[in-house]
Ligand binder design. Sequence first.
Ligand code: SAH
Length: 237
Amino acid sequence: MGFRATVLTLYPEMFPGFLGQSLSGKALVRGDWSLEAVQIRDFATDRHRTVDDTPAGGGAGMVLKPDVLARAIDHAAPEGDARPRLLMSPRGRPLTQARVRELAAGEGAVIVCGRFEGVDQRVIDARGLEEVSIGDYILSGGEPAAMILLDAIVRILPGVMGNALSGVHESFEGGLLEHPHYTRPQVWEGREIPAVLASGHHAEIEKWRLAEARRLTEERRPDLLAEQRGPSQPVTK
Ligand code: SAH
């Protein structure tokens, strides 16, 4: 059985969304992975099917109720389900390609999408939810974040990416941003493809690509280089 994703959301109709297209869509049809969207509201018990309530201590917005969300989680991932339980959250650990690889190597994931101000802390603690952030900005809900996480996972599942080699040299995989790409025409609007790429000299081409990757990383993401130096020259924080 392929990678099994279960998403808990108040907007199940948003799924599979763009995940139903292109490589991930074909992989879904093939059964390389599966996606189940569970409506959290189905686990509300009152007449109005209430899923949220006002924040304890006051303040703006609403908070997802712990009892309703816990019932949804327990239904979607009963005891014995070994899949990691993730909560999309701007307070979470920022998602990295390394974590994406770990998740893709597993049997699947149960992903909770927050809405409103977020979810009651007690359900995060009681159900052991791992908070995952996709970046330092605030979305209106966890659904687009869950789709981004799944897109990153699915594209590296075995058999999903057409060219198995593409992906090996990509940004972050070697701790560097990727080198620039070019394709025909040789001259476009007066701009030429760097001569070395047309040289047919593979060692030179590799050297150029690595140098470009280093240059771009130094320029744009010096933090990635600092991370690499980590073990040999520990950075004290
Ligand atoms: N009040 C919260 C933000 C709530 S945004 C705070 O300040 O931390 C509503 C929901 O959108 C969140 O519960 C989460 O599920 C999702 N979300 C918003 N931004 C996100 C991000 N950067 N990464 C992952 N999920 C995010």
